[in-house]
Design a protein around this ligand. Sequence first.
Ligand code: ADP
Ligand code: MG
Length: 250
Amino acid sequence: MGKEVAPPKLAIAGLSKWFGGLRAVGACSFEIAPGTVVGLIGPNGSGKSTLFDLVTGLLRPDEGAILYDGKRIDGLATHEIARRGVGRTFQSVKIFRDLPVRENLAIAAMGRGLRGWEPRAGEWLARMGLTRLVDAPAGTLSIGQQRLLELTMNLVIDPEFLLLDEPLAGVHPVIRRQIADTLSDLRARGRTLLIIEHHMPFVMGLCDKIVVMDHGEKIAEGPPEAIRADPRVIAALLGRAERGSGDARA
Ligand code: ADP
Ligand code: MG
């Protein structure tokens, strides 16, 4: 009794972003409940990564609002948004390629002013199978290992809300399994995740809800079973595949 209802972890409302004459994101609205995993799918060029850039403050929206834990964050600098507990991985991995794995983790931790982070980093490195590579320049790792490193740079900080942009792209099936297990683990620990991913069995198996974008607009939102059967979604994903972009593989 009298207990307040928690606000959505993330709420975006009427979000739009233009690049010159191109509307990359158009009047997009949805919410993410705390502790849930949401998948963001859609053909290449449908505005998914741009939406991530808007949420993490790399880009400013032209219209609309972004609320994190009930408070406006659009307009804040990227580091201010990060400091509130928002982590992110990128479609093309962002790591310090010339620096050893260990230094990459140190930079991530120190950027947030963390102390005593080394034991946690050590545990994650062991779990990710990266321990023997701590002294290797990050750029010499395989793409899958680089994605694990970028993920570990986030895990050291332990964000409450993590956005993952195509975490399985270009990744060997063994490492895919590791990433999938890690994300399941984060979900079990109450973290909130927003995941862009083309790999449908993964998305369908992990997500509580799926949001589908096409041409910058949200065209569907719902539980995986409903999304799988939605004719608009099938048309958007298959339509692109037939036109040869090949990114709507299921
Ligand atoms: P997705 O991640 O769904 O593949 P993006 O968000 O990367 O899509 O891109 C959406 C659209 O915006 C595409 O047409 C893309 O070419 C365009 N776009 C993305 N970033 C920029 C930018 N910085 N400048 C101009 N156009 C961009
Ligand atoms: Mg993208």
